[in-house]
Design a protein around this ligand. Structure first.
Ligand SMILES: *Cc1c(COP(=O)(O)O)cnc(C)c1O
Length: 376
């Protein structure tokens, strides 16, 4: 936790869970990405946290934006972003939204099949498209599976189709899986990308861009490699697979940009045991899977959780949310250590919650309000 967040929490006491994001951390993360990958343009993945203050800061620092919907495009433009710095990076778009983005001036679109290329050719003529390829996501704590991207063997056909329809076959994209702890994860995808570039050149079409996606981790319980190590590994892979003809590159960090910048203050609503002989406590918080902590699904993301009593004796417990859905258990398979002196009404601090929390919180499941957010 940063001093600024600590002071904010002390000065503004409040009931109910709330996320507090420190813009200083976002600023230093942006600088770290720019430094680690100096020749790569940053397209912040807006879905990680679309708070206007964050978008405005990143826009002022020169960032571009990866968006998935007209709603996100509008947010970026309200924050001062210009269409030439926006990528419509979702491979699943309604034709009317492509047309609306084009009317605003957006000219960069993701595709992973010919049907999507045809939509873009119809309503966004002359635009640049990049083809997303499948990536297996191994090594990632939040893999993105098979939903996006086509088999690499299909990509040249998709891009050639785009070229024939008057679009600019711009390049390739992939996402190595979110919270990717392995700095070498980009190597294989870049090898495949290099092969696609050569295949396209043989067809007389020169691609120019590789979109390296997101995947850069935030520090949760496990230690993670530094951004510089990712930068070095990616640069080595580019050299290896593209030689002296390194393409234009972009990255789309979401979690790595804002994850560590925020933390959630929550409260203990109940501590109980399931039987007289059970010695495991159940600790129920006023936030759970539906209040913003959806990434605890299958206990994938393990947030550091702290209390003011962490110097006391600690004992394992199950941690759950407040709603009446039995899926709303955060950690049970791998119990967390919390102080035995923890009491109902105590505050707990859940760290590294800047990404994928406010956007995942439900509107009013069980009558609980969406997660409140403060950007300082
Ligand atoms: C979600 C997403 C990202 C951001 O991923 P992180 O792992 O949070 O960095 C980047 N690109 C695309 C296309 C995405 O959908």
């Amino acid at each position: 936790m940063t001093d600024r967040i600590r002071q904010f929490l002390r000065r503004h006491r409040e009931d109910g869970p709330r996320l507090v994001v420190d813009l200083d951390v976002v600023r230093s993360n942006y600088n770290a990405f720019s430094k680690a990958l100096p020749d790569t343009r940053v397209f912040y993945a807006v879905k990680a946290n679309p708070a206007p203050e964050i978008l405005k800061l990143l826009n002022d620092m020169g960032s571009c934006f990866d968006t998935a919907s007209m709603g996100e495009i509008d947010l970026v433009m309200q924050a001062g972003g210009t269409p030439d710095r926006i990528s419509f990076g979702n491979t699943i778009k309604k034709e009317k939204d492509i047309a609306a983005a084009y009317a605003l001036g957006v000219r960069l679109f993701a595709v992973d099949c010919e049907a999507e290329v045809e939509k873009i050719a119809r309503v966004a003529p002359g635009s640049k498209v990049f083809c997303r390829i499948l990536c297996d996501g191994s090594g990632a704590e939040w893999p993105l599976s098979r939903k996006f991207g086509c088999a690499p063997e299909m990509a040249p056909q998709v891009l050639e189709h785009a070229h024939k329809l008057g679009l600019v076959a711009h390049g390739i994209s992939f996402h190595v899986g979110s919270q990717q702890n392995n700095v070498k994860a980009w190597d294989r995808a870049l090898k495949t990308s290099g092969a696609i570039f050569r295949e396209m050149a043989e067809r007389g079409i020169n691609l120019s861009m590789v979109n390296l996606g997101g995947g850069f981790p935030a520090q949760y319980l496990r230690d993670i490699p530094k951004v510089e190590e990712y930068g070095q590994a990616i640069f080595r892979a580019l050299r290896k697979h593209f030689g002296n003809r390194i393409p234009e590159t972009i990255i789309e960090p979401g979690r790595g940009m804002v994850g560590a910048a925020g933390m959630i203050e929550a409260e203990v609503v109940l501590i109980s045991k399931k039987s007289a002989t059970d010695n495991q406590r159940w600790v129920y918080l006023d936030i759970g899977k539906f209040g913003g902590l959806a990434e605890t699904m299958e206990e994938a993301i393990r947030y550091p959780i702290r209390t003011e009593k962490d110097d006391d004796v600690m004992a394992p417990c199950v941690i759950a949310g407040p709603t009446c859905d039995s899926a709303d258990v955060l950690y049970e398979k791998t119990p967390y250590l919390l102080p035995v002196s923890l009491e109902i009404g105590d505050k707990v601090l859940i760290e590294a919650c800047g990404a994928y929390t406010t956007t995942y919180s439900s509107v009013a499941f069980n009558g609980f309000e969406p997660l409140k957010s403060y950007v300082i």
